[in-house]
Design a protein around this ligand. Structure first.
Ligand SMILES: *Cc1c(COP(=O)(O)O)cnc(C)c1O
Length: 375
């Protein structure tokens, strides 16, 4: 019996030809495909983009761009991949948690309000499973407190919020192009922003902090070779070879999205009659490019169901262990009882497979196994 993975890349002949052509070109990295990919991405996400080497790098650059420093506080949801917090912690920021909404797993604006202090520098929203967070409310809170809204859109490229593309709404939006995500460059990521100042800082941080524009030089007596650093950066460049894959993948994003949506719709339709589980739904004002499909089951059934599906070669996942439970946060002395919804969400959640090459028969298998176990 073959394994049904919860997420998998879709690579076709066009993708392979695109990469091969890049390999025989003049540049393997820092060439023309970087800009071409960034321009193509901008068309999809509705704001200028800087490509970087991973979703984690994208978050690191976003935090650098807002000038995050030791003692600042960043409000994050517990239900996320740890990179959301890790990249902020590297600046010495204090990670603050706000509880999530049970129906989406996304950060709850009401609990964000309770978490704001004079030290808060940013709110970070994560679009869990591809479903956009409550961006209008969060933007309003950010604006009235004079802080930044960063959106970790690792799951949600191609999703819409009130008809606006994800990437065009928050002060900074970060994307990941890891193979299981909705679009891949193997490893890769991007940051989008409509704020040119912020995006310039992202670009500079991701390119060693190098200043190349003579108008900005502080050292004026050097030759034409000169470039200088005002603030440290790192090397987070995405090479041309991977941009070539990204450019090719992007041409198919709407096709990918319609397949992902129809897989999610079928889960909603064929599982909703089962009273032992709760399916995720789209809120009325969003259009979701589903990364995976979350369901919730009674907590006592979750582990046995997970094992049952895995034993039957359905590679479901659980997303995510509330971040504050990772031992790295032990010195924060966080009481899980402060985040009852995140705890409940984690106890009940299972992520069902969604990917472009999931066959109708394989999805039937997943649905039949679920309905058999939960009856
Ligand atoms: C995948 C992911 C990241 C990190 O992306 P990488 O490309 O793997 O570095 C960050 N946040 C979330 C929510 C993710 O799912």
């Amino acid at each position: 019996m073959t394994i049904i993975p919860y997420g998998r890349q879709s690579i076709d002949k066009q993708d392979i030809e695109s990469v091969v052509a890049a390999l025989s070109g003049e540049f393997l990295t820092t060439g023309p495909l970087v800009e071409l990919f960034e321009i193509a991405l901008e068309k999809l996400v509705g704001a200028p983009c800087v490509t970087v080497s991973s979703g984690t790098a994208a978050l690191h650059c976003a935090y650098a761009a807002i000038g995050l420093k030791a003692g600042d506080e960043v409000i994050t949801p517990p239900i996320t991949f740890i990179a959301t917090q890790a990249a902020a912690a590297f600046f010495g920021a204090k990670i603050v948690f706000a509880d999530v909404q049970i129906e989406t797993g996304n950060i709850d604006p009401r609990s964000v309000l309770n978490a704001i202090t004079p030290r808060t520098k940013a709110i970070v929203a994560v679009d869990f499973a591809g479903h956009p967070a409550e961006l209008d409310e969060l933007k309003e809170i950010a604006k009235s407190n004079n802080i930044f809204l960063i959106e970790d859109a690792s799951h949600s490229i191609g999703s819409l919020y009130r008809d606006k593309p994800i990437g065009s709404i928050a002060d900074l939006t970060t994307f990941s192009f890891f193979p299981t995500k909705n679009l891949t460059t193997a490893e890769g990521g991007a940051v989008s922003s409509k704020n040119p100042e912020l995006l310039k800082k992202v670009r500079r941080f991701s390119r060693q902090g190098m200043v190349r524009d003579p108008k900005e030089f502080e050292l004026l007596k050097e030759g034409a070779w000169h470039q200088e650093v005002h603030e440290f950066g790192l090397n987070y460049r995405l090479p041309d070879v991977l941009c070539a894959l990204g450019i090719s993948q992007l041409t198919k994003i709407q096709q990918f999205k319609s397949i992902r949506k129809s897989i999610a719709s079928r889960y909603m339709l064929e599982l909703s009659a089962n009273e032992h589980l709760t399916v995720h739904r789209e809120k009325a004002y969003v259009d979701v490019n589903w990364h995976f499909f979350p369901i919730r089951v009674p907590a006592e059934k979750r582990l046995p169901l997970f094992d049952y599906l895995r034993d039957n070669n359905v590679f479901v996942q659980v997303n995510y262990l509330p971040a504050y439970r990772h031992p790295v946060f032990s010195n924060y002395k966080i009481k899980p009882s402060e985040f009852p919804v995140s705890e409940q969400f984690y106890a009940e959640e299972i992520s069902l497979p969604v990917h472009v090459n999931l066959s109708f028969e394989d999805q039937s298998t997943v649905i039949e196994l679920l309905n058999r176990f939960l009856s």
